[in-house]
Design a binder for this molecule. Structure first.
Ligand code: SF4
Length: 346
């Protein structure tokens, strides 16, 4: 059995745990504030707890679930954290400063089972799901970054893994991260990105109002089957039906992520297909040029092709933004997480 992580508990579960230890109920709120509002890394920082209770905490639970193994910084200021897990596995989180935004990209699994063809994380395969504490602690430790931590104002569940394949741990982590007594992230500042696991997608809309991003990457099933094998289980028609029925709060839109692969999915005809696919959905599109790297046969499209794709979407009144690729030099860009870790440590 692995170690016991106190950050696996929501506030309500912490209250039950504290009660079972024979402590007063207010102790749970006190602990929650220490863990998140104060973001402590050691129980010795909690001087208002009785010595006996602190001693009990010392021998039963650690505040942190992750150990920092390395921090890399790219010339554009993007900072990648490599965390060591208690079982010797590694995960990565990335802080991306892009004023006025500063985004922390969080992992949800060690590796990923879904094997999207353009994704290095997918080439690792799935090693295991992360526990709630291991997800929440990426946020706590990111916030402790002396330079970028205080500037982090948005979170994306877009790192290693498919968040909806680890549904319960991820949703519990979201409840903790957005709790007003703790880290206080507004739901509006949290985005979950998924390939579209339809049953979990339907639950998500009911259980938490975070922003939703769908990794779409192709607008026809034949190509999407090839690029993303999960499409054979949940084809585009099912994903789009779930999106149309998604209980979106007023004025919110679903973001569709589209990685442009040179000569594969970047033609004007495919842009028109995407327009048709998104009809009837409150949608915006993020266009991301693929980052060429050794080990992948996909290439970055030339800029005129990217602009041409965007132009087709815009002419159809679809909001389409070309996202800058960040952190290429440290393998922190979209779809690059984890694989280098494997080479270096495995
Ligand atoms: S793109 Fe996402 S879902 Fe696909 S293999 Fe990579 S991590 Fe998994």
């Amino acid at each position: 059995m692995g170690p016991f992580f106190i950050k696996n508990f929501t506030l309500e579960q912490l209250e039950q745990w504290v009660h079972a230890l024979g402590e007063k109920p207010f102790r749970a709120r006190q602990l929650f504030r220490h863990l998140y509002a104060r973001n402590i890394s050691s129980w010795s920082q909690c001087s208002d707890l009785s010595r006996a209770f602190r001693a009990q905490l010392e021998c039963s639970a650690t505040p942190d679930a992750l150990a920092i193994s390395r921090i890399d910084e790219a010339p554009d200021g993007t900072r990648k954290y490599l965390f060591r897990l208690h079982d010797g596995n590694f995960i990565e989180s990335v802080i991306i400063p892009d004023p006025p935004r500063c985004t922390l990209c969080v992992s949800s699994q060690v590796g990923c089972a879904l094997g999207c063809k353009f994704c290095l994380t997918g080439s690792i395969g799935l090693k295991r799901n992360l526990e709630t504490a291991e997800i929440v602690d990426q946020v706590c430790q990111g916030l402790r970054d002396p330079e970028l931590g205080p500037r982090i104002n948005s979170l994306v569940l877009m790192g290693m893994g498919e968040p909806l394949a680890n549904y319960d741990e991820v949703v519990r982590a979201i409840h903790i991260i957005t709790n007003p007594n703790g880290l206080m992230f507004s739901h509006r500042r949290v985005t979950l990105s998924t390939v579209g696991l339809v049953p979990q997608l339907r639950r998500l809309g009911v259980e938490t109002p975070v922003n939703l991003a769908i990794s779409i990457h192709a607008a026809d099933d034949k190509l999407r089957d090839e690029l993303m094998p999960v499409n054979r289980t949940y084809p585009l028609s099912e994903i789009m039906r779930a999106c149309r029925e998604y209980p979106l709060p007023p004025r919110k839109r679903i973001t569709f992520e589209y990685i442009l692969l040179d000569g594969v999915n970047d033609s004007p005809r495919q842009a028109k297909q995407l327009v048709r696919l998104l009809e009837g959905v409150r949608a915006k599109v993020n266009l991301i040029a693929f980052n060429s790297h050794p080990g992948s046969h996909f290439r970055t499209p030339p800029m005129e092709r990217i602009l041409g794709f965007q132009d087709v979407l815009r002419k159809a009144n679809l909001a389409a933004i070309i996202r800058k690729s960040r952190g290429n030099e440290i393998s922190a860009a979209c779809g690059q997480l984890g694989a280098k870790t494997q080479v270096e440590n495995g």
